[in-house]
Design a protein around this ligand. Sequence first.
Ligand code: CMP
Length: 212
Amino acid sequence: MTNENDIISQYGRKYASGEHIFKEGDHGEEMFIIHAGSVRITKSTDEGEKTLVTLGAGDFFGEMAVIDKGPRSASAVANEETVCIVLNEELFEQQMQRNAKIVKKILKNMSARLRAMNEQLQNLTTKDFNMRVVNTLLLHVHKNGENTTLTHKALVQQAGMEDNVSKLDEIIAAMAKAKVVSIAGDTVCVTSSGNIEKYKQYLEMKKAFGES
Ligand code: CMP
């Protein structure tokens, strides 16, 4: 019987922190499942490289180019030392044909991405920075759960506030004072999704009554 170690030694590939796994526009014939570590999916924009999402152990990426034979829609960069299980086109198609559960998982994942993108688009076009930060943290909690940390850098990127870092710091400090988040060194942690939902309602009320 094949065990996990066999799979890793046969299909595992190790990447150093900051190493490109592939670049946007590349031709791609492999898909990747993260075994350990994390991977940033980035896209180049007029304002530089933007992170779309940071994926962790158990997540997969790189399936789109294999499915539609188009170029890589985004770049993938190891966020730390990372090990991926790499499936070539043949293996990937074999798995999809044999296992309806895998097809369902991919479809579910793609639907979730589209949903997240719709929310992100709405969030990134709002000029209300308080709301941007709160929504970004809410998206993080919904995806990763309570008491999970987000680095300051990732928060800046995900809120699209690279040009407004001091404003973001001000907002986070106010949230920490209200005990909605805790700050430890370079990381921000949302301790309760209930509290952050209430904080969002508080901001909405303030706006409705003309206080901000
Ligand atoms: P592919 O186009 O092969 O290469 C880039 C990969 O990034 C893509 O497949 C998806 O797996 C992943 N990807 C692209 N856009 C997003 C997104 N908006 N959210 C999450 N993952 C994405």
